[in-house]
Design a protein around this ligand. Structure first.
Ligand code: FES
Length: 67
């Protein structure tokens, strides 16, 4: 999935915006991401993608800490 790809189609929120909410603003839950970006506040179909992205970014951050 590219950074320019839209993660939330209802609101037109790019994946990059959600990544920034997680990486820079420390969003740790779907609800925090939704509050910060509005992603996942429409049909909610993208919430599983947001959850996966939170887990992916946390795992990446943990690996960087260990390196
Ligand atoms: S696709 Fe994100 S709320 Fe519908």
């Amino acid at each position: 999935m590219s950074d320019q790809q839209i993660l939330c189609r209802c609101l037109g929120i790019p994946r990059k915006t959600v990544e920034q909410a997680i990486d820079i603003f420390s969003a740790e839950t779907i609800e925090e991401v939704a509050r910060m970006t509005e992603a996942g506040t429409g049909c909610m179909c993208c919430r599983c993608k947001i959850k996966d992205l939170i887990q992916e970014r946390k795992a990446m951050a943990k690996q960087l800490e260990l390196a």
